[in-house]
Design a protein around this ligand. Structure first.
Ligand SMILES: [Ca+2]
Ligand SMILES: [Ca+2]
Length: 193
């Protein structure tokens, strides 16, 4: 009936998030209140998520990338992000810890969620990443990464795998840690304006 009780965070979720993220109880409670305000249904839809991304990258085509990011955060595959998935997402992407960020990057690239990354999955994410790059910036990219295909080939080559081989999570993380170009190519950082 929309009373105050229905909007309280369950103790179970609170304990789970305290255990599995860097956030304190006070922070989590604050996040929860904000989340309820922004999102009274308690669920973020793919469309809402896409519109958030579009605001961050106003000069880019963010739809495809946002779709992949959403998929990587929707760990129970129900097509929405609940509060817990939202906080885990914040935890993984806002943490200064490289290992957490790379764990998340792995899940972003593992499009079919089977625990391995294939070259075609790398190509698919590179397509999405490329669309994030504003057109005028695309024209200034190095020759060997100025199309999504070239970017994917260059990135895949850093992992020393054949075209039909696959990458496990540890191999992906190590490969990126070993090479700062790989780290650069798995993401898009907007230029400072
Ligand atoms: Ca979900
Ligand atoms: Ca996969």
């Amino acid at each position: 009936m929309g009373n105050a009780k229905s909007s309280a965070m369950s103790k179970e979720i609170l304990e789970d998030l305290k255990l599995n993220t860097k956030f304190t109880q006070t922070e989590l409670t604050q996040w929860y209140e904000n989340f309820q305000k922004q999102c009274p249904s308690g669920r973020i839809t793919p469309e809402e998520f896409e519109s958030i991304y579009a605001r961050f990258f106003p000069d880019s085509d963010t739809k495809t990338y946002a779709h992949h990011v959403f998929r990587s955060f929707d760990t129970n595959d129900d097509g929405t992000l609940d509060f817990k998935e939202y906080i885990i997402a914040l935890h993984m992407t806002s943490s200064g810890k490289m290992s957490l960020k790379l764990e998340w990057a792995f899940s972003l690239f593992d499009v079919d969620k089977n625990g391995y990354i294939t070259k075609s999955e790398v190509a698919e994410i590179c397509q999405a990443l490329f669309k994030l790059i504003p057109v005028d910036e695309q024209s200034r990219l190095p020759e060997d990464e100025n199309t999504p295909e070239k970017r994917a080939n260059k990135l895949w080559a850093y992992f020393n795998k054949g075209d039909n081989e696959k990458l496990a999570e540890g191999e992906f993380i190590q490969g990126v840690l070993d090479n700062e170009n790989a780290l650069r190519l798995i993401q898009y950082q907007p230029l400072e304006k």
